[in-house]
Design a protein around this ligand. Sequence first.
Ligand code: 13P
Ligand code: SF4
Length: 381
Amino acid sequence: MHVQLLTDYENTRLGERQPLPEAYLGLSDDDMDARITRARATLGDRLVILGHHYQRDEVIKFADFTGDSLKLAQLAARQHHAEVVVFCGVHFMAESADILGAPHQTVILPDLAAGCSMADMAAIEQLEVCWYELAALGIETSSVIPVTYINSTAAIKGFCGEHAGLVCTSSNAAAVMAWAWDRGEKLLMLPDQHLGRNTAYRMGVPLDQMVVWDPELPFGGVDREALERARLLLWKGHCSVHTRFSVRHIDQFRRQYPGGRVVVHPECTFEVAEAADEMGSTEFIIRTVSDSPPGSAWAVGTELHLVNRLARQLAPARTVTSLDSMGCLCSTMFRVSPNHLLWVLEGLVNGEVHNPIVVPEPTKQWARVALDRMLDLSRKD
Ligand code: 13P
Ligand code: SF4
């Protein structure tokens, strides 16, 4: 039996969070806009601001580049001229930018409390225990390729890099999984079970060749025979925003808009993904809905800020609504406010760096291996 020794990863999850000073509270929108514009102009091309599609309008309008996780990782790997990257997104995205950036660059996350509940569902210690227990169950871990969704800590990415695995995003999950199955008999996909299941099923993997590994249970709570048969081990993690969409929402929309179409993010449940017409990353969703014929009606199963922006941009030619009429908002993405953006930018103008993200070695080196494998693959697409 092959038993992997536990690796000594440092915890990169938490930095020292600097709270927003009182002077940055209660400012008017106009005042903030003017001061952010001034600070950006002063910093010039020393600064690049990256913004994820889920950011609020008051923030994303200042981004030099916007995108989904893959596009932003690719941009972070290219923007080596800038001294500072301010990442308007969540913690794992800023960590990836630091890993892919040049040594002279500083990455700032305007509010360090902008985390991701899904990324928090896979701790490095749990993954190490899982690896050990797989071996104890008689699984040859050298034939298991660990694949982590980019929505994970740098330490989880580091583990994947060090164990012949790699990172995926919602844009390239199928290509990454195909790459991994070329190299190993089984895949361990973490932390999002839904992205893994939805993607693999569309690649032709039947559900009975997948098992869910629950890190809270001894030996993942898996049945030994099912584990031996499985080609895909799905970590029991999920997105609390996307799993709120239900088939009932789809039925309601179809009743209201006969002929309307439904597009959802792959973090939605299997039932929702199967009942929808299209499934893909935020970049895919924007492209699909924008390129649809005038007169189309769409229900979109992803974060509310993106859906509302798309609805405004495409009206009146197309009708775009949230799949859930109450809307699903990512509260951690929302933590990055224009007040935080202003504070970090004025700090830079005054020579102060607030809320930097620094991934320590050796985690950084191995996480970079895992991210580079993904980026190489995406370049070949
Ligand atoms: P994208 O890969 O579409 O950017 O999704 C990131 C994310 O966090 C979705 O919840
Ligand atoms: Fe994380 Fe879900 Fe928010 Fe994406 S939408 S950042 S997966 S909590």
